[in-house]
Ligand binder design. Structure first.
Ligand SMILES: Cc1ncc(COP(=O)(O)O)c(C=O)c1O
Length: 364
């Protein structure tokens, strides 16, 4: 999904799509029923107008099964990435991909994973006969690739690399990761979760898709949930050697629904929208970091649409204060029990977050 960036002009929802645009969580004044959602790393700047138009047009085709759009999306992604359709699997969000990868590669084996990281693959694997070897992040809150490599044994089925990592927003050096893959993929599948890569500083250099082209034992996970703003439409995908894709296809449950597929087809190469989405997220990141600086709260520089900061007090207490104002954030647990992850919403949401945070510390 890497593409040159163009400047976006106006992307206002037209009257015809006003209903689709009025999603809960985007309301200016939050309520218990429609809180400001800064807890799940969603992106309220999407879906794009083209995606909404495609869904509108697809409504009356809802009666038919939809294998054609799955194939069309595989072809489109493969063509853009210089791969073949058999190197692409389309899943119900990348969560389904992470789960079936855990089943395919870690049943009766272990997954080596950083801590903290995004847990979907490991939680599912441990419920289904797999184990996890956790490896703490390094002192810069980055995945510790040396320590992770040291944990790989003949019991290891897969290594999970979330890059950039959730919940820290940090990325590992791309050159170092390439070397890691070259070595570790001889012993286990390396799954690189690139859910946030299009929001990172240099996605072209950071992506490990070149490792698929080299035929390595590697699986890249990407999603339409983040920069495309389509989390509720549930479309994700994986890129890998054809034999790896085949193993995953054998375990998949279903395919995404027609609305999600048509929206994905319309959004995938919508450079103008992707540029807009990225610039909105970056403005919110810059506002949020300036605000945290003004409050003298420590945070981790981010390559994503969320910021992890140290509230210096119980993260649960902080989150509960904000919940009282109908603003949802994500409190971290031990050993980061004073840290909070806040996702980037619309600018007015970040202003509301700032006001509620100021209020919390005034009362403290
Ligand atoms: C790192 C990472 N990977 C994957 C996902 C899952 O996204 P989805 O299933 O919506 O594609 C998320 C969701 O927050 C995430 O943070």
């Amino acid at each position: 999904m890497r593409a040159p960036i163009s400047r976006r002009t106006a992307m206002q929802g037209s009257g015809a799509f006003a209903l689709l645009a009025a999603a809960p969580g985007q309301a200016a004044t939050p309520t218990a029923q429609a809180p400001i959602r800064l807890h799940l790393n969603e992106n309220p700047h999407g879906p794009s107008d083209h995606a909404k138009q495609a869904m509108q047009a697809a409504m009356s085709d809802g009666w038919a099964y939809d294998n054609e759009d799955v194939f069309a999306l595989r072809r489109m992604i493969a063509a853009k990435e210089g791969l073949k359709p058999e190197n692409v699997i389309i899943t119900e969000g990348s969560t389904e991909l992470l789960r079936i990868a855990g089943l395919a590669f870690a049943r009766g084996k272990n997954i080596v994973a950083g801590l903290p990281t995004f847990l979907a693959m490991m939680q599912y694997a441990t419920r289904n006969g797999g184990e996890v070897e956790w490896v703490n992040l390094d002192s810069d809150m980055r995945l510790d690739l040396n320590a992770m490599e040291a944990k790989v044994t003949d019991k290891t089925g897969a290594v999970y690399i979330c890059n950039p990592n959730n919940p820290t927003g940090t990325a590992v050096d791309a050159g170092r990761l390439r070397k890691f893959i070259e070595s570790v993929s001889k012993r286990a599948l390396v799954l690189v979760d690139e859910a946030y890569i299009d929001l990172a500083d240099d996605p072209e250099h950071m992506t490990m898709i070149d490792q698929v082209k080299l035929g390595r034992n590697v699986l890249i996970a990407q999603t339409f949930s983040k920069i495309h703003g389509m989390a509720g439409l549930r479309v994700g995908y994986g890129l890998a050697r054809a034999d790896i894709i085949k193993r995953l296809e054998d375990l998949r449950m279903s395919v995404p629904n027609r609305m999600g597929l048509r929206a994905a087809l319309a959004s995938y190469q919508d450079i103008e929208f992707l540029d807009y989405s990225r610039s909105m997220v970056r403005s919110c990141v810059s506002f949020t970091c300036q605000f945290l600086d003004s409050m003298k709260l420590k945070y981790i520089p981010t390559q994503t649409n969320f910021v992890l900061f140290d509230a210096g007090r119980s993260s649960v207490e902080f989150a509960s204060h904000l919940r009282g104002k109908f603003i949802l954030v994500n409190p971290q647990l031990d050993p980061l029990s004073t840290w909070v992850r806040v996702s980037m919403g619309r600018m007015e949401h970040m202003e509301a977050f700032a006001a509620a945070t100021r209020d919390f510390f005034k009362k403290a």
